[in-house]
Write a protein that binds this ligand. Structure first.
Ligand code: FAD
Length: 295
């Protein structure tokens, strides 16, 4: 089973994003994350690769994906980034993925690390996607930005490039985190009018720690709606209250999105199984109702 096939079976797909452990972190902490995820039955789990431009070809990503698949029976969606990789690196990595029988990939341009050499083979995600499509063995997902990519000159240009990217052979899109369902619905309307008809999952990031506020605020191209800003600033002095408010906000977003018929939710769980567990508890009956009773 690959990621694109799940969308043929389910109206609302529910998945998580995790990141590989840092080399310095304790082994048992990732064990705990994997055990926690397995109890929550996601449709698949995506694993980041060198986010922030930290690593080129993802050994850590590959190893974690392999564990998810072989030890936990969970389908991994392996992130593959282009901007600091040459064709030879990608060819070697694709062989490894193929040998490990992992064929669902999220093809990205990747975060740019100013200290690293830029690829001469690939400039945009669409270059990598074309390459993967020609290879023929992979089920290709890609990213989209509902509120516009920070480097794009306009929403229109961003949409044109997104359409071009999808036409290279993408079967499904995962969105950048989005805190405004209204903005996502407007994006979906524009995307469908542009003739992009593949499933799009909404990226939901539960804000449960103050450090996440600073990190997501610094991400240009992500809007904080007024009600959301009010809530997180009000409770940023109190970890327990902030976590409760962040989980409630993400829960409400998901219930509204799933009830409105979006193709799925991709939860940026930040390796926090407790948050993922609480949110999953809150939304699972709604997701099940949509999938089982075709409402
Ligand atoms: P692209 O689709 O290539 O777009 C990048 C920019 O170039 C956009 O502004 C687009 O409009 C423009 N553009 C595209 N094509 C053209 C063209 N032909 N001519 C001119 N302009 C063009 N980063 C990591 O490093 N590792 C990860 O694991 C990771 N996971 C992510 C997961 C998701 C779901 C998302 C949304 C992002 C993730 N990122 C990750 C961040 C991502 O790499 C950055 O957002 C990056 O800046 C853009 O990646 P992209 O694949 O969307 O790029």
């Amino acid at each position: 089973m690959e990621v694109s096939q799940i969308f043929k079976q389910k109206k609302a797909v529910y998945s998580f994003e995790i990141f590989p452990p840092k080399p310095t972190s304790m082994l048992e902490s990732i064990e705990r994350v994997l055990d926690g995820i397995a109890c929550l039955n996601p449709d698949y789990v995506s694993i980041t690769c060198g986010a922030g431009g930290s690593e080129v070809m993802g050994n850590a990503t590959f190893n974690l994906a392999k564990r998810l698949k072989n030890e936990y029976g969970i389908l991994p969606l392996v992130h593959v980034t282009a901007i600091h990789s040459e064709k030879e690196d990608i060819i070697a990595y694709l062989e490894e993925l193929n040998e490990a029988d992992m064929h669902s990939v999220l093809a990205l341009r990747g975060d740019i690390n100013p200290d690293r050499k830029l690829s001469v083979s690939f400039r945009y995600a669409s270059d990598l996607i074309k390459f993967l499509k020609e290879d023929g063995r992979f089920d290709i997902s890609a990213a989209c930005c509902p509120e516009g990519h920070p480097e794009s000159v306009s929403l229109e240009a961003d949409l044109d490039y997104l359409k071009f990217k999808v036409d290279q052979g993408v079967t499904h899109l995962n969105s950048q985190m989005c805190f405004s369902n209204g903005n996502f619905y407007r994006f979906l309307d524009r995307v469908r009018k542009a003739g992009i008809n593949i499933p799009i999952q909404v990226g939901i990031m539960p804000i449960v720690k103050t450090v996440q506020i600073e990190r997501t605020m610094s991400l240009a191209g992500v809007e904080y709606p007024a009600d959301f800003s009010k809530m997180i600033y009000k409770h940023s002095n109190n970890p327990e209250a902030l976590a409760a408010a962040g989980i409630a906000y993400a829960t409400e977003q998901i219930i509204d999105l799933v009830s409105s018929g979006v193709d799925g939710i991709h939860l940026y769980m930040m390796n926090n199984t407790e948050t993922a567990r609480k949110i999953t508890e809150n939304v699972k009956s709604v997701i099940r109702n949509v999938n089982e009773n075709d409402v």
